[in-house]
Design a protein around this ligand. Sequence first.
Ligand code: IDC
Length: 351
Amino acid sequence: MARLKTLVALLAALTLPATLVGAAQAAPSTDVVAMAPPAGSPAAINGQLRVCGVKLCNQYGKQIQLRGMSTHGIQWYAQCVKPASLDALANDWKADVLRISMYIQEGGYETNPRKFTDLVHGYIEEATKRGMYALVDWHQLSPGDPNHNTSRAKTFFKEIANRHKDKTNIIYDIANEPNGVTWSRVKSYAEQVIPVIRAEDSDSLVLVGTHGWSTFGLSDGRDPQEVVNNKVSASNVMYTFHFYAASHGTEYLNTLSKVADQVPVFVTEFGTQTASGDGSNNFTRSQQYIDLMNQKKISWVNWNFSDDHRSGAVFKEGTCSGGSFSGTGVLKPAGVWVRDRIRTADNFPTR
Ligand code: IDC
């Protein structure tokens, strides 16, 4: 598997004609042949990611920061995740990463595992074609204890990891926002699910949601040091932190700053508005978070790439039923702001 990954990465790095790359990849060495991201794209340049100390590093051991967008729940907003919108995300927004948000409850995975697993397979291929990392989000939310869905998670991630193990651009996010549950319960869930993924895809990057809706326990009144002092027993793991700038002020900012010096942190979700994903934007506070994340090279993903009526959905209502997604004309204020933060040339250590 490692050899095939190296071959795929090499092909991606060389500017071979697409036909030749396709022919080389078609070697019948495995049932499902990994598609390589296009040469020069973030996923091709950076290849297989690894945790290095408390940072994220690319295939050459260079510290990098990924930036991108999360879909809304794909049971509701699949219409916003299509070729034209993904082209805009990769080429106009210049995103490095697409977070594929698959809810488990609320009409999600549990209602039709086959359908949702296939949707995710498809989105992974679409992200790969466009040179983005595919961050597969197990969007458990209510109930907040991830152990409620452990056997579902094992089934889902076993298939995802098996199908995509030869790609170098998959990131596994195994628990969106644990809440109302202790850290030791979350850790125990992670230590059951990670081995299932690693049995298929041994060098993969895995993200673990923290308690208190991925605030290192802060939103549940817990001490963030609980995570730092009781890490998940697995390598190549990062812990997630979420914030909504109009709800989460200095205490959260300081916590993010502190824990990011102690353990590897990936911000898999943030909003510029309140935790409801709606209301007015606090761009001043949001910029403080962006500055901190840039300074510490903390990767981030914004919520969300849809045309939902709420202020945190980047597109104006009705956009997803049309065919045009590029530029700022289709965006709400939060969309204009975050697109700018993803595109900004100064912020492109990965390119
Ligand atoms: C919100 C969606 C909304 C949905 C609600 C419950 O925007 O349509 O009804 O979830 O499923 C999170 C969650 C994310 C939330 C988001 C905004 O991860 O699912 O989306 N949020 O409230 N954590 C903090 C905020």
